[in-house]
Design a protein around this ligand. Structure first.
Ligand SMILES: [Zn+2]
Length: 341
């Protein structure tokens, strides 16, 4: 019977190598190592042996099983690989391969907010007017009614370049002067978006660079009513049609009178929460009627023309909208943050 086992073993190995494909391999497995396979059948006959011969036979049949099992696994792997290679050679497209993950880029949350703002002002007839990030002291301060000695200069700690009088703009307002000088004597409806720079301690609430979107309307017979109506319309388009707004008197050197506009808190709808610090209002932008000196500096006679201007921070708006608690996330390039938008 041991001889029978050995010849079965040799025959099985030969058949295994001869199996042409995985289907034949499965047949081989069933006939050889399966529950009713030849090895199993033979092992059941162990009772017919002399008791003294049984341990040696049992041992051998176990090792034959293990060796055949190992040979089967090897052959199965080789056949599978060969079949895959044959298929790859025959077919241009292997639809069974797992797909490669595509990473989709998307717009930065600040860009998303900027584009939303552009769209709204575009619908309202305002064009985008770009001006440079590097400015002269004259345009950034003097022509905007902020002379050398003016205390408001302390509000904008400035990055100076090595060239005297050349600075990084601290606000987008110098664009107002550029726009006025370019458009005079035509009426103006522009927004001036761009990056601003301030020499400040970086904290959760303040960054050394941030976007501003400034707006300017100049023409004849423009008054405070136009400012309030236009900005109220903007707030409703931006934050929801039912949103209430309010104006509070404020001070800016380049507008007179000046105001801040608040919108009703969109988290609590005015009832008071942590976002609005229980006031029910969120401060969104600064605005005012263009100061006569600024109009004159831009080439428009304040006796004939008037205008209104406003400025807002898209990052601040995004922070309020999405509940972002730290402004430093915007420019730290952390994908864990950016991929949430
Ligand atoms: Zn609130």
């Amino acid at each position: 019977m041991l001889e029978q086992l050995e010849s079965l073993y040799q025959q099985a190995l030969t058949n295994l190598q001869a199996a042409p494909d995985t289907a034949a391999l499965e047949d081989w497995y069933r006939d050889t190592l399966g529950r009713k396979g030849q090895v199993q059948l033979l092992s059941r006959q162990v009772g017919q042996l002399e008791p003294a011969q049984r341990p040696a036979f049992g041992q051998r049949i176990n090792s034959v099983k293990n060796e055949l099992e190992a040979a089967y696994q090897q052959r199965a792997a080789a056949l599978k690989m060969a079949e895959l290679e044959a298929r790859l050679a025959a077919e241009q497209l292997d639809v069974t391969l797992p797909g490669r993950q595509q990473f989709h880029g998307r717009l930065h949350p600040a860009s998303q907010t900027l584009r939303q703002i552009y769209r709204i002002w575009g619908d309202m007839g305002f064009q985008i007017y770009r001006s440079r990030d590097v400015e002269t002291d004259e345009y950034n301060f003097e022509l905007l009614n902020i002379p050398q000695h003016h205390p408001a200069r302390d509000m904008w700690d400035t990055f100076h370049t090595t060239a005297p009088g050349i600075i990084l703009r601290t606000h987008t307002s110098p664009g107002q002067i550029h726009a006025m000088k370019e458009y005079f004597p035509e009426p103006i409806r522009v927004i001036l978006p761009g990056m601003c720079y301030r020499y400040e301690q970086i904290t959760a609430r303040s960054e050394i660079q941030f976007h501003q979107v400034e707006g300017l309307a100049v023409g004849k017979n423009i008054n405070m009513t136009h400012l309030k109506g236009t900005l109220t319309d903007f707030a409703r388009r931006m934050f929801g049609a039912e949103r209430k707004v309010r104006f509070r008197a404020n001070y800016f050197p380049f507008t007179e009178p000046s105001a801040e506009m608040d919108v009703e808190c969109f988290l609590c709808e005015g009832s008071g929460c942590h976002l609005c610090k229980q006031t029910g209002w969120l401060e969104i932008l600064g605005c005012g009627m263009v100061h006569p000196t600024v109009l004159r500096n831009g080439g428009y006679d304040p006796a004939v023309y008037a205008g209104f201007a406003f400025g807002m921070g898209p990052e601040r708006i995004a922070m309020l909208k999405y509940g972002i608690e730290d402004i430093r996330y915007f420019w730290s390039n952390d994908l864990r943050f950016l991929e949430q938008f």
